[in-house]
Design a protein around this ligand. Structure first.
Ligand code: TGC
Ligand code: FAD
Length: 409
């Protein structure tokens, strides 16, 4: 049997990826979508691929990329142009997240947080003055933001938050702490969720430099190392009342932001899966064992065939979700299903791709282990894998199963 190994495969490097499109999904994209994808991909290849491993190893975020991220429209892609956003549709947002996460989940995280968790709440729930003041600078990356919902004792259950504020004339006095906050050490502003004196949750824009506000970095992460994570500590911080988001209160306000971010993550995880698949396919044609490419073994083909099947199913799910979201019809449970599914398949694909690479798969020569480690954060943040299962369960049964009677310990 003669096995055709295209020459181009032999010298391919990890950043020279192809585009898995087994079901001709490109036909569903507009010319604008393809241009956005190709632009983001070319930028990532030129600016990110050469430096990302070093940042990952040193556990630093490549801040010099912020301007470029702004220029390719990664900050607030769907925010209207009048506020400095790119004015694109939801599928374009997804495509940009996909291309960023083909490179590294940490890079996509920064764009997700800035777009969906900082710009989105200001755009949806902010006053006109707040929108004018913050959105244009956030869109270019000149100003960076972070999102404070999770607390040390309240992760999956944010409604239990204890961060709170009390009125003091035309200011409020904010106290409490947030943990696991992406970008907080270098962000200029934080969109913080806190309870007022009646126990109602509101969003506040807290600026660096306000007395009593600190954002120390958290160290020791073995995942998402090219992303900076920190705390937010509020010790009697005086925040002007004009910094409270007036448009919506209650837990639904931050949860609606999570809908937008989870949508982007569903697309992003697909990017990580594609990158792992691309590398595994290429390696299986290059690597010779027993005198033949390992891709000629049925067990290796099984892995590859299952990978492309899962990628294709996830692409279809994600594309349809993009249509629903664009039409304003995507439910939280639909978004949860896509986030949960796509992160899970990406993790499984990373593990299988690692196996196809044998020992080489554990080295930084390939991005597979980095994706795998990153995806362990992605499967937990923005709602854990099991919380998303319960969101789907609650919708299909009508019975929320998030809480249970407290055990009598
Ligand atoms: P529940 O009773 O279900 O809802 C409370 C109120 O909110 C309303 N609501 C929503 N509104 C808008 N959009 C949504 N998606 C909404 N979901 C719920 C709901 O109608 C209700 O309104 P009302 O008027 O009746 O009060 O809330 P619950 O306390 O039972 O919690 C439900 C649960 C567990 C699903 C939810 O709290 C949850 O999603 N937990 C997971 C927490 C999470 O995802 N945290 C993420 C933190 S941010 C982050 O991780 C960023 S990672 C950054 C990066 O990419 O680097
Ligand atoms: P817990 O809520 O303590 O969960 C622990 C385990 O218990 C999980 O397996 C969970 O599924 C399970 N569990 C909990 N409740 C239930 C239940 N009702 N039923 C069944 N199982 C349950 N947060 C922010 O606000 N902003 C950010 O920018 C941000 N960035 C992050 C970046 C990174 C790298 C990481 C790791 C986290 C980030 N987070 C952020 C926090 C993230 O959203 C939380 O870690 C996540 O929501 C889970 O909360 P937890 O870690 O407290 O886990």
């Amino acid at each position: 049997m003669v096995i055709f190994v295209p020459k181009i495969c032999i010298k391919m490097k990890t950043d020279q990826y192809t585009h898995p499109d087994h079901y001709a999904l490109d036909d569903l994209l507009t010319e604008e979508h393809k241009l956005i994808r190709d632009t983001a991909r070319a930028w990532v290849k030129k600016e990110v691929s050469p430096i990302i491993d070093e940042h990952y190893e040193k556990a630093t975020f490549p801040k010099h990329l912020l301007k470029g991220l702004g220029e390719i429209g990664a900050f607030g892609p769907y925010i209207p142009t009048e506020y400095g956003g790119a004015g694109l549709d939801q599928i374009s947002y997804g495509i940009i997240m996909q291309e960023l996460e083909r490179s590294d989940s940490g890079l996509r995280s920064t764009a997700s947080v800035q777009s969906s968790l900082v710009m989105y709440p200001i755009w949806r729930y902010g006053s006109e003055e707040q929108k004018q003041k913050y959105l244009p600078k956030l869109a270019t990356g000149e100003m960076m933001g972070c999102f404070g919902l999770t607390e040390p004792d309240h992760g999956s259950n944010p409604s239990g938050m204890t961060t709170n504020y009390k009125e003091d004339g035309d200011h409020v006095i904010l106290n409490g702490a947030k943990m696991w906050i992406s970008n907080s050490p270098f962000a200029h502003i934080a969109v913080v969720w806190a309870k007022n004196e009646e126990g109602r949750i509101h969003g506040l824009i807290v600026e660096k430099g306000m007395e009593g506000f600190t954002a120390p970095e958290m160290h020791g992460k073995l995942s998402l190392r090219a992303s900076t994570t920190g705390e937010l500590i509020f010790d009697n911080v005086r925040v002007p009342k004009s910094n409270i988001l007036p448009g919506r209160s209650g837990l639904g306000a931050p949860l609606s932001c999570l809908d937008s971010a989870r949508f982007g993550i569903a697309w992003g995880a697909l990017g990580a899966a594609m990158d792992c698949y691309d590398q595994a396919l290429r390696y299986s044609k290059e690597r010779m064992q027993f005198g033949v490419p390992i891709g000629s073994f049925q067990l290796v083909q099984k892995k590859l065939a299952e990978m492309i099947t899962e990628i294709t199913k996830a692409q279809l799910l994600t594309y349809r979700l993009g249509q629903l979201r664009e039409a304003g019809k995507a439910s939280t449970a639909q978004i949860s299903m896509a986030k949960r599914n796509n992160v899970e398949i990406a993790l499984n694909i990373a593990r299988e791709a690692r196996q196809i690479h044998g020992g080489m798969g554990i080295t930084s020569e390939y991005s597979i282990m980095r994706h795998m480690a990153n995806l362990e954060s992605v499967v937990t943040y923005e709602g854990t894998h099991d919380i998303h299962l319960l969101i789907t369960g609650a919708e299909i049964t009508g019975i929320p199963a998030f809480t249970r009677e407290k055990p009598n310990l």
